[in-house]
Design a protein around this ligand. Structure first.
Ligand code: AGP
Length: 616
């Protein structure tokens, strides 16, 4: 949450910061600001601080009249944690003398004590934020050290919490001091200068070779390059990561919004996630897990830990792991798992699923599980992310950068990756033969074309269903088995982007309470694909129909009978029940987006949300 960016070099800092902030806006968008260095008439360097509430576009308009000559600055787009969204609380925050400015992503847990101490020493605070203590701590340390990088290092010894920091000082023009602990920071040098950002997407136009800073590492950016130090100030040589995904990912490419673009990318995500995964003898190749078949065979319990949409991918995985490997699999919200005392032994496998790879609760759960002796696999979309680094093995989903806050293509990448893991466990446990693996693998690959068919043929049906839902106050999503797991994600997607209240229930649970909600016209969105429980779901829907519900069915192509009870039908191609989550999720994603667009919502940046949830 929160995005930071910085640039120093020969180019126009204002333009680079605004472009970077726009790309980082998925991380938070309640306010934004920049600090730009300016040479005064007297020849001294001064800092211009511009902050405002709302999105980066508003900040951009405000900056339009400013001097374009600045070649060094830092910027921030905020998701409020401490202090409401306001101009005063927007970053950058400055020292008392206005000569040091700081942008920060993370949380300073001991800010209240530090603030009291700093106020006692005469510092004046202008905001309610935790971040502002950093500006004053750096100011004090700078008075001693006379060196910005050293001052930032000293300040970092005083704070407890998580931070990605970029700081500038008017007395050291052209220098940006950067620090990192538990919040992502990437830096890189391009043809015209040096860059820092919370995410590589903000600097990929300038360079594809970046350094993903590790906790406790510091970087000093100057126009001519970057130097790296550890917490003691000793020089270090961090590893370079080459970014190979395409910059097109960061553009809408003719689509009206990123959410639709990313939904439409899903056939590619399926194909890319499967590339190179099946060996010539029918064995699955997931070497990066780092476990032999013998070691996998010893696993006797799996926990999937995740949040939000990633948690729903876990619900789907549970069905597959238990069916194919015949070992118990529990799915837990990471925020619950970390505060329980789950039963973990050396033969427990914990699978942490996180698109961003930086969700605070998931990371804390990983650390806890490892301390308790579990083997931890990460499934993430972000190379070098904390989840990747802190897991024993990692599978990267091949979704490429996902910009819309609502996860769509990364969800499909997660399901495909978890499906491979379930197959691998089934093979290692001797429950699936290589012949079965080969057959499942090819059917899994077929879902790419099936998704394409849905995208090509069902948009009009989804549109009609969305028109029928858009004015509702509330909606219910129902299904059984895989259908129930998908329903949870369908409901989350709808409420997240359209602000329409939605809940999901296992269809068989309806009669135990939720059916009381149904009155004439109440939308019930049902996953009624052909499955072993198809008839049961249809019976549950008849009970809803009898009470006047407006039913939208996600059904299997060729199922004409469903039209007798459903007001609207969106079809998916016939597919093995195990893979129905991959295809049936697509109409639900499209439905949520259509409803949101009809209700005038910003589908890419829904209110109150941020894509990376780095706070508890
Ligand atoms: C997805 O649409 C949501 N925005 C949200 O639930 C998300 O899945 C959750 O915050 C977990 O994020 P992660 O996968 O990056 O850990």
């Amino acid at each position: 949450m929160c995005g930071i960016v910085g640039y120093t070099g020969a180019d126009t800092a204002k333009r680079i910061l605004i472009e970077g902030l726009k790309r980082l806006e998925y991380r938070g968008y309640d306010s934004a600001g920049v600090a730009l260095e300016r040479t005064s008439a007297a020849g001294s360097c001064e800092l211009d601080i511009v902050r405002r509430t709302g999105k980066v576009a508003g900040l951009e308009s405000e900056l339009a009249h400013m001097d374009p000559d600045s070649t060094c600055g830092i910027g921030h787009t905020r998701w409020a944690t401490h202090g409401r969204p306001s101009q005063a609380n927007a970053h950058p925050h400055v020292s008392c003398d206005g000569r040091i400015a700081v942008v920060h992503n993370g949380i300073i847990e001991n800010f209240a004590e530090l603030r009291t101490e700093l106020e006692g020493r005469g510092h004046r605070f202008a905001s309610e934020t935790d971040t502002e203590v950093l500006a004053h701590l750096i100011e004090e340390a700078y008075a001693e050290a006379g060196d910005l990088m050293a001052a930032v290092r000293v300040a970092c010894t005083q704070v407890v919490g998580a931070y990605g920091i970029a700081a500038v000082c008017a007395d050291e023009p052209g220098v940006i001091a950067v620090a990192r602990k538990d919040s992502p920071i990437v830096v890189g040098t391009g043809a015209s200068g040096s860059y820092v950002a919370s995410d590589v997407i903000a600097l990929i136009d300038a360079t594809r070779d970046v350094v993903v800073l590790e906790d406790g590492q510091f970087a000093r950016l100057a126009p001519e390059g970057i130097t790296y130090t550890d917490a003691d100030g000793a020089p270090i040589e961090p590893a370079i990561t080459h970014i190979d995904w395409d910059i097109d990912t960061a553009e809408k490419g003719g689509y009206p919004d990123f959410m639709l673009k990313e939904i439409c990318e899903q056939p590619r995500v399926v194909r890319d996630t499967l590339v190179g995964r099946l060996g010539p003898n029918g064995e699955l190749d997931i070497d990066e897990l780092g476990l032999t078949f013998e070691e996998l065979n010893l696993i006797d319990r799996v926990y999937v830990i995740a949040c939000g949409t990633s948690y729903h991918a876990g619900l789907i995985a549970k069905n597959l792991i238990e069916a194919w490997a015949r070992i118990p699999c529990e799915v837990e919200a990471a925020s619950e798992f970390r505060y329980r005392n789950p039963i973990i032994t050396p033969s427990t496998l914990v699978v942490a699923v996180s698109q961003s790879g930086e969700t605070a609760d998931t990371l804390a759960a990983i650390r806890d599980a490892r301390i308790k002796g579990a083997k931890v696999f990460g499934i993430t979309n972000v190379v070098g992310s904390p989840v990747a680094r802190e897991s024993d093995g990692v599978i990267y989903t091949k979704a490429n950068k996902e910009i819309a806050v609502a996860s769509t293509k990364s969800f499909i990448g997660q399901i495909v990756s978890l499906t491979l893991l379930a197959m691998l466990l089934g093979q290692a446990k001797g429950k699936l033969t290589t012949g079965q693996i080969r057959m499942l693998f090819h059917e899994l690959g077929d879902t790419a074309a099936q998704i394409q068919w849905i995208l090509d043929t069902q948009r009009e049906a989804v549109h009609r269903a969305a028109l029928a839902c858009k004015d509702a106050q509330s909606a219910l999503f129902v299904g059984r088995g895989m259908g129930a797991a998908i329903s949870y994600e369908g409901a989350l997607k709808l409420k997240e982007v359209s602000y329409l209240h939605a809940e999901a229930y296992a269809a068989g649970e309806m009669k135990h309470g939720p059916i009381a909600l149904i009155d004439p016209g109440f939308p019930v969105i049902a996953v009624t694909t052909k499955s072993p429980t198809y008839d049961k779901v249809v019976s549950n829907l008849k009970e809803c129909e009898a009470r006047g519900a407006m039913i939208v069915a996600i059904a299997t192509e060729g199922d004409e009978d469903i039209k007798q009870i459903a007001d609207h039908v969106v079809y998916i191609p016939p597919v093995r029940d195990a893979f129905s989550a991959i295809t049936a999720s697509v109409p639900l994603q499209l439905l949520a987006r259509e409803v949101a667009v009809m209700r005038g919502c910003d589908v890419d940046q829904p209110r109150n949300l941020a894509k990376s949830v780095t706070v508890e």
